[in-house]
Design a protein around this ligand. Structure first.
Ligand code: SF4
Length: 476
């Protein structure tokens, strides 16, 4: 199987075409609104929400400050319970290890639970390249794998597809009658997967958290496919980023409160699995062999970067995608790689290199909604600004000029000058407000270089009372 090649460089072209796709925009808006509504209801029922967020942030800071010692403890615990730990420096090393392991055990069929970390390293493609069938068992992942697409949301990989799309896809790939109901489509996938679960020699998952104190993997899910992937095949491999470690169970409690509520608005997901090593002699269920692949893949470098290390706090809840005015309009594929949305615009340049993903830090209005919704209080706008600065500092001058056209540079210079000359600021602000007034508060077209904005959305008209007047009246 060949996964779609990352095209982070095509962000602007991808975004333009996504904006023309009315169906996609409607689907994204509806799905993200549902997620946001459920999250808000869950948060409203928790008056101490802000304290939990602050607690989570402190735990992450503290844990990352002593990451090596937590990892050492984790490794000792996993090995003491009969598991094998492999520390992979990068994606190819992790893929090689897993492919070699499958070959050594004579395994040609693998089932996978949803895992962004395995997407990050292209594990399914590596297994398929070695002639090993690697089947995604999460319904959304199964759909995008069948369509040979990338996931378009951290949590809901097929968020961009309608029921009709899925029905047509299943008719084409699985020979089903077209125009099936959702229940019927789900039933077909379930029956196909049952057989695969029973025959697979290896189950591969990620993990939401790993607990150093006891060497325990924690996996949260709603479909039950991860539980089957870890318990039916005789061999379980978990691919986990080094930053997922938590010191102990007390810290886990905080994150188990925040993650499901932020992701889907649930108090708790339908399944939460705690796995500590392979099956013991007196246990009936579980894999008899367990390997933990601890993935670095650039994480150590990010940890050493004081401006951007905060990105390692991310627990992949997807909330910042759902609230982002850019993601909600262009969807995940426009970003060109597997981590979309605000946090993707930080992670992708860090993991793929700034050169490959230099447009992404600019794919944000810097409205700050992502920071406000993030359960770990990650300051994404600050990191986006830091990356923008690095792009400007590292790009050759000609490229910088192409990225920031003359009109934009002129407007920024003018804005900067006006901000330093309050009298002129006042005159210009009054004049612009008078010229751009609108009855309903929105401008449908702007002149000259500003017209790019109104090609695909309206612009809020300037307030009739501007800030200086308002402040004069308010100030004591
Ligand atoms: S950055 Fe925060 S809101 Fe976004 S996915 Fe990560 S944890 Fe969730």
């Amino acid at each position: 199987m060949t996964m779609e090649v990352p095209r982070t460089q095509d962000l602007e072209k991808n975004a333009q075409s996504a904006l023309q796709n009315q169906f996609l925009r409607k689907a994204l808006w509806n799905a993200t609104s549902r997620f946001l509504g459920s999250r808000q209801a869950a948060v409203d029922r928790m008056p101490e929400w802000e304290q939990w967020r602050e607690g989570a942030r402190q735990i992450k800071e503290e844990t990352l400050a002593h990451l090596d010692s937590h990892l050492e403890r984790l490794i000792r615990q996993v090995e003491a319970r009969g598991g094998v730990v492999f520390q992979a420096a990068d994606g190819p090393a992790a893929c090689r290890y897993i492919v070699d392991l499958a070959r050594a055990r004579g395994i040609w069929s693998v089932v996978k639970g949803k895992s962004m970390t395995t997407e990050e390293i292209g594990l399914a493609a590596a297994l398929e390249g070695a002639g090993i069938e690697a089947l995604e068992t999460d319904l959304g992942e199964y759909i995008v794998q069948l369509a040979r697409e990338m996931p378009s949301h951290i949590l809901a990989p097929a968020i961009h597809k309608s029921r009709e799309d899925v029905s047509t896809l299943f008719a084409e790939k699985l020979g089903l009658p077209a125009y099936q109901q959702v229940d019927e489509l789900t039933r077909v996938v379930r029956s196909q997967l049952r057989d695969k679960f029973l025959k697979a020699g290896m189950g591969i998952t990620g993990a939401n958290f790993v607990i150093a104190e006891s060497g325990t993997l924690v996996l949260v899910e709603n479909e039950g496919n991860i539980r089957l992937s870890t318990s039916l095949p005789p061999l379980h491999v978990a691919v986990v980023g080094r930053e997922k470690v938590l010191p102990g169970w007390a810290e886990l409690e905080v994150f188990l409160k925040l993650l499901p509520r932020s992701a889907t608005g649930q108090k708790m997901t339908s399944y939460v699995s705690f796995l500590s090593g392979p099956r013991k002699k007196d246990e009936r269920d579980g894999a008899s062999e367990f390997h933990l692949v601890l993935l670095d893949n650039g994480r150590s470098g990010i940890l050493r970067d004081p401006e951007l290390r905060e990105s390692l706090h991310c627990i992949r809840c997807g909330a910042c995608l759902n609230i982002c005015p850019v993601y909600r309009r262009i969807g995940g594929h426009a970003y060109g790689w597997i981590y979309p949305g605000p946090i993707g615009s930080v992670l992708t340049p860090l993991l793929l290199g700034l050169e490959q993903a230099q447009a992404l830090p600019f794919a944000s209005s810097l409205c700050g909604a992502c920071e406000q919704i993030c359960p770990v209080k990650i300051d994404i706008p600050r990191m986006l600004l830091a990356l923008r600065r690095r792009v400007v500092e590292t790009l050759p001058r000609a490229q910088t000029r192409a990225r920031f056209p003359r009109a934009l540079r002129g407007a920024v210079r003018l804005g900067s000058w006006l901000a330093r000359h309050p009298r002129w600021y006042r005159i210009v602000a009054h004049a612009v407000a008078a010229v751009t007034g609108s009855d309903n508060g929105w401008l449908h077209s702007l002149p000259g270089p500003l017209s790019g904005w109104t090609k695909s959305r309206d612009f809020p008209s300037l307030a009739k009372t501007h800030f200086q007047d308002w402040w004069k009246r308010k100030k004591p």
